[in-house]
Ligand binder design. Structure first.
Ligand code: ATP
Length: 299
């Protein structure tokens, strides 16, 4: 059974449609990335999942329970890191951690609290309002992890973290995943998504563009670059090239077909082809082209 199931969800703000008929699911134990350009609707989607805002249509189920009907039950089993961390500024870090445990009806293991505070180098005596942006984020991370959630939902969790803390966070998340937790990560850092996620959903203008199995991403799609004085743009389209970028003496395109077909087509051309390069596409390249491709163009 999926841990997250979104079925045709939509959200309007006035006349503006922020999320439009969005559906996808996340299975138990997955490390799932959620990416898209600024304003794509990622936070709005997560806010609907967590019942912070009401949706205009569709169904949401988390951990097998409908939201918002089972809101509290579900929230007790979830850890959430918002993109903009806001806790009561006068509270000390140690009290925030204690209140989080109280909400989850947990005593908490002092040794574990100590371990997290040490790992993330958090001064638990400090007032939340006196912390730097990165340190606020680290407190939110500890509060999202301390109660052993089954599902961890994170909106830009590494924004503001230094590289050491970044590495430590992902080590903890990997451990949590190995223990069976499901991780849902919204991020603009495509490298971290590529390094840690097994699947990724890409949204644009509130709509799902696709869900990719990242183990397959690099294998399927190639980036082909041709150099020469007269380049055969029509032929490229005919063999299924997409997102073709033309420059004076160079053409670059995405190609998903067999390399034999590509080279046979190219070798039959009577143009002055000077150079051909075929490269695997990493996630960054893949999604940059999704950002850049025209609506409706095959990706
Ligand atoms: N309360 C609101 N009232 C009106 N419009 C809103 C509101 N909240 C979000 N929006 C709009 O909905 C769209 C989606 O916003 P959202 O914050 O979900 O995007 P995002 O994908 O998380 O973006 P980013 O990567 O920049 O954080 C944006 O155009 C935003 O301006």
């Amino acid at each position: 059974m999926p841990v997250i199931e979104l079925s045709h969800i939509s959200k309007r703000f006035g006349k503006f449609v922020a999320v439009n008929d969005l559906s996808f699911s996340v299975e138990q134990g997955e490390f799932f990335g959620f990416i898209g350009p600024n304003g794509a609707g990622k936070s709005t989607t997560m806010n609907m999942m967590l019942n912070f805002i009401k949706r205009n249509g569709g169904e949401i189920s988390l951990l097998g329970k409908s939201v918002p009907q089972h809101d509290l039950d579900v929230k007790k089993r979830i850890g959430y890191v918002p993109s903009d961390v806001r806790f009561y500024p006068q509270l000390r870090v140690q009290d925030l951690i204690r209140y989080t445990l109280d909400f989850h009806h947990m005593e908490g293991d002092q040794a574990e609290i100590d371990r997290y505070c040490e790992l993330f180098q958090i001064d638990r005596k400090k007032k939340f309002g006196d912390l730097s942006l990165g340190n606020k984020k680290k407190v939110a991370l500890v509060c999202a992890l301390i109660h052993h959630p089954e599902l961890i939902i994170m909106d830009e969790p590494t924004n503001g973290l230094d590289p050491l803390m970044h590495a430590r966070l992902f080590r903890v998340l990997k451990d949590k995943q190995e223990q069976g937790a499901t991780i849902f990560l919204s991020s603009h850092n495509l490298k971290e998504v590529e390094d840690y996620c097994s699947k990724v959903a890409f949204i644009r203008s509130g709509q799902l563009v696709g869900v990719e199995d990242l183990s397959q991403v690099n294998k399927k799609m190639k980036i082909v670059t041709l150099k020469g004085s007269k380049l055969p743009f029509d032929k490229m389209k005919a063999i299924g090239a997409t997102c073709i970028k033309k420059e004076e003496q160079e053409a670059r395109f995405l190609y998903e077909g067999g390399l034999a077909q590509l080279f046979s087509t190219l070798s039959n051309l009577s143009t002055d082809l000077e150079d051909v390069t075929v490269a695997n596409r990493d996630l960054e390249e893949q999604f940059m082209s999704m950002y850049e491709c025209q609506e409706g163009e095959r990706l």
